[in-house]
Every structure is written in structure tokens, then in C-alpha cells.
Design a protein around this ligand. Sequence first.
Ligand code: ADP
Ligand code: MG
Length: 262
Amino acid sequence: MLDNVKKSYPRPGLTPLNVLGGLDVEVEEGALLSILGPSGCGKSTLLNIINGLDDATSGTVTLAGKTVTTKTRSDVKIGVVFQQPRLLNWRSVADNVALPLRELGLPHDEIQFRVHKYLDLVGLSEFAAYYPLQLSGGMQQRVSLARGLAIEPNLLLADEPFSALDEFSARKLRQEFVRIWDQTGTTILFVTHSIREAVFLSTRMLVITARPTHTYLDLTVDVPHPRKPEDDRLFELEKSVTHDFMRMEEQAEQEKERVGAL
Ligand code: ADP
Ligand code: MG
């Protein structure tokens, strides 16, 4: 899916900022793959490139056999969920979920059916007529999840979707997220900077470095879903990944000093 993907941004008067330093990733269908990396390392940039909203500087992104750029789309339907719900506050909950479906040109009955189905899936059927600002942050994020899922994507890109929520709401939503993933079978790329969250959710974890980003660890999480947050195996994995993460940061510091000393 990703073949040596590099991305740099030009900076006026400076050398370009190298964000992605060459990423190679094959994603197996149905995976819940977490991409775990420090803040500012290029996780959102990567999702934008996969979503065809930005172009890689070099390398290729391929989805279902087709190269993706800002000008060439694959046939893979992509859903997105962001850190903020990004709802239209002057539209009802049902309307927010319906909007992308109208853009797809689906018939009215099918739209009604899906709005109902996906609001039900995220536990919000009773709030269809509400407006976003009448809901809590966690509920708004559920609406945004329903909106992302209602197009029935082959690939869901989730960009730190729970990181702005309080711990209780996040915990609950993570559990529901796993259930929905299990029910829909959608392939998910889940970006996060939380080791615990990645360990709890994913079937596979990619730990990526600070800029220029490359893969530091690629791990399969061999614990069947549904998982219990207090499962010892998850705790052990979290400890070991935390250890690796710290070593990765130390190495990055040493590298910075070494380059600085040249
Ligand atoms: P993350 O999501 O991992 O926190 P981002 O992908 O948002 O990181 O950003 C990675 C780096 O690229 C940051 O240093 C950011 O300032 C820079 N960056 C992101 N988007 C742009 C852009 N459109 N133009 C220039 N620099 C950008
Ligand atoms: Mg980001």
C-alpha cells in the first residue's frame, strides 16, 4: 500500500522540512492497524496522502491496485474520523450523517436507512433530531464516527479520534469502536500518540519515529478481541512498547547531537 513514501514541505528561505522519510507498509484487509508516533512526526500528513488530499514528494500509495494521488483516485471508498468531530452545528445529527450519503448520490430511502442504522450502531438513535451543540463531546464524536461509517467505507482513516475526549468517554468509545470494527469488517488505519490506546485496539501496531519518519517497530498484537483494558498481556505489551519508544526518542536525541556536532 505504501512504497517508500516520502514527504517534505518547502520552507521559505530554509531547506525543506523532511516529514516522511520513506515509509513502506502493506496493510492486510480487515486489519485494525495503529500508527503510533510522536506529535508532529507526520501522522496526519500520511493520512492526507492516503486519502488523496495531498501528494507524496516521492514513492507511491496504492489502494486496491491503483495509485492514489490528488489527481487520481482509487475505487476504494475511504471514511474519515478526526480528532475534532467537525460537524455542521446548524444541521441536525441525522442531517450530518446524511450529507456525505447525498454526495454519493444514494436514493432517499437508502439514505434514511443508513442514517438510522449507523446512528443506532453508535448508540444515538434517540438523538437523530438533536443539533450537535446539544450533545456532549463524546456524543458528537460518535456522530462523526457514524458519518464516517455510513458511507460503508472499505478503509477507515481515524486520526486520533479519541484524544480530545475525557478518559471515561474515550474508554467507552474505544470499546464500541472495536465492536463496530468487528461487525463491519472494515480495514482501519488508526493514528494515535497513545501507546495504551494502540495496544488495546490494534491487531497490528506500527511505531514510527520523529521526523523524518520511518518505521521503528512493526508488531502484531496477538490478543483476541474483545479485550479487557486490564488484561495482563496488554499491560506487558504496553510496558515493552513504552520501553522501545523511550529508546527510540533517546536515539533521536543522540542523532540530533551527532548531526549538530558535525
Ligand atoms: P502529526 O499528525 O504527526 O502530529 P502532522 O502530519 O500534522 O503531524 O505534521 C508533521 C509536520 O509537517 C509538522 O512539523 C507540521 O508543521 C508540518 N506540516 C504539516 N502540514 C503542513 C503543510 N501543509 N505545510 C507545511 N508544513 C506542514
Ligand atoms: Mg495529527
